[in-house]
Design a protein around this ligand. Sequence first.
Ligand SMILES: Cc1cc2nc3c(=O)[nH]c(=O)nc-3n(C[C@H](O)[C@H](O)[C@H](O)COP(=O)(O)OP(=O)(O)OC[C@H]3O[C@@H](n4cnc5c(N)ncnc54)[C@H](O)[C@@H]3O)c2cc1C
Length: 426
Amino acid sequence: MADKARIVIIGGGVAGIEVATSLGRGGKAEVVLADRSLSHVWKPMLHTFAAGTARPDRQKVDFFAQARRNGFRFQPGTLIGVDRPARRVRLAVEAAQGRPEADLAYDLLVLAIGSRANDFGTPGVAEHCLTIDDLTEAESFHRQLRRHLLARLDSPEMLEVAIVGGGATGVELAAELKHAINLASAYGSPDLPRRLRLTLIESGPRLLPAFPERVSRAAARTLSDLAVEVRTGAMVTGADASGYTLKDGSRISAGLKVWAAGVKAPDVLGAVEGLERSRIGQLVVGPDLRTTRDPAIVALGDCASQADPKTGKSVPATAQAARQQAQHFASHLGRAWARGDTVATALPPFHYVEKGAIVSLADFNGWGTLGRYTFGGGRLNGLSARLTHDLLYRQHQIGLYGPLRGTMTWILDDLDHLISPPVSLD
Ligand SMILES: Cc1cc2nc3c(=O)[nH]c(=O)nc-3n(C[C@H](O)[C@H](O)[C@H](O)COP(=O)(O)OP(=O)(O)OC[C@H]3O[C@@H](n4cnc5c(N)ncnc54)[C@H](O)[C@@H]3O)c2cc1C
């Protein structure tokens, strides 16, 4: 082993950037963070970037700058393989960023590369539907939305958008798009909201299956008051250029099609030979977050599958769970080093603490659950849920920037809202 343990973290999302920042600050190890992108964004905001109601430039965290300030090194690159016996990771690097490949040696490898929407092999989806799984995809969706909108500002044509997936992502995206179109109608096309045909398609019997039924019903009511057509119990069997085909043979026509259903782990994890994987391709980890067949590899966040050692329930693929795992792992590893232990030391088991779930329907409504309790609902009460939603992001930002810079960033964002247009079409 080198003088200092070499920790390589792949994926600087919700979990990865928190681990890199915390371990880098600790200074006990040589920490390298690699990501296929050059900046971090908070994934739960992607639908607002897609709709144009928030601007990504202010919300990006530059990996190089974050590394420089917090004592770790950043390596751009996309994971393409792991040589487990030699303990080396292979990354493909874009030509503009230097060498075509990078090869990193590790003593401990942390995989935190997130997840993607799951089209379950439905024909036509890969070719004709957009997904919103990273900033590039959110920006690409925004460009297409803008093109469709500009073409309709002074034409009577309908704008048909259909989203598949009635979980939090699909529901939040539908509300945000409706909000964006209402705002964009002020740009010289007052009847634009009436020319939007927005359909939300869910194969299950109700929206938001992870929430109590009361919230599902209220969310469906809010969406239908906003003239969003909610189709539950509707199984999509195919997509093509002009829309979706359902199992009963009927059609939903849409020029803009989004797939926001299901989750699966990135395919590249299949190239890491010999590790145990879940049904949706995640790496199976034990109580201390190390993969079951290789203790030198830890998996965190959406790409990990863990059964909580206390309850036996699967830890959900949410930002809340990813943050808790990252904080547990980094703080216990830090303490183990302080005692003089090595990276091989077993860490205490991770228990997920469900702090509630929040769903926020743009400015229209919002709900949260806390144990058996549900709060929010209604324009005013919905605000409490929306603020709680925002708070999770602000806590993450303060963790990355420290209390002073984190709070200043928050204040600057609020000031920026007062100056910038409420929806961007540039
Ligand atoms: C629109 C939307 C709304 C959401 N809203 C909520 C919410 O309200 N509350 C909530 O708790 N959760 C929400 N989620 C889920 C939440 O975003 C994820 O659970 C969370 O981001 C998972 O964190 P992670 O660190 O595992 O992965 P991510 O945050 O997805 O980070 C993965 C990182 O890995 C990098 N990466 C991926 N592949 C590679 C590769 N091959 N090589 C190198 N780098 C790679 C990516 O660039 C990224 O930086 C939402 C998700 C979406 C899409």
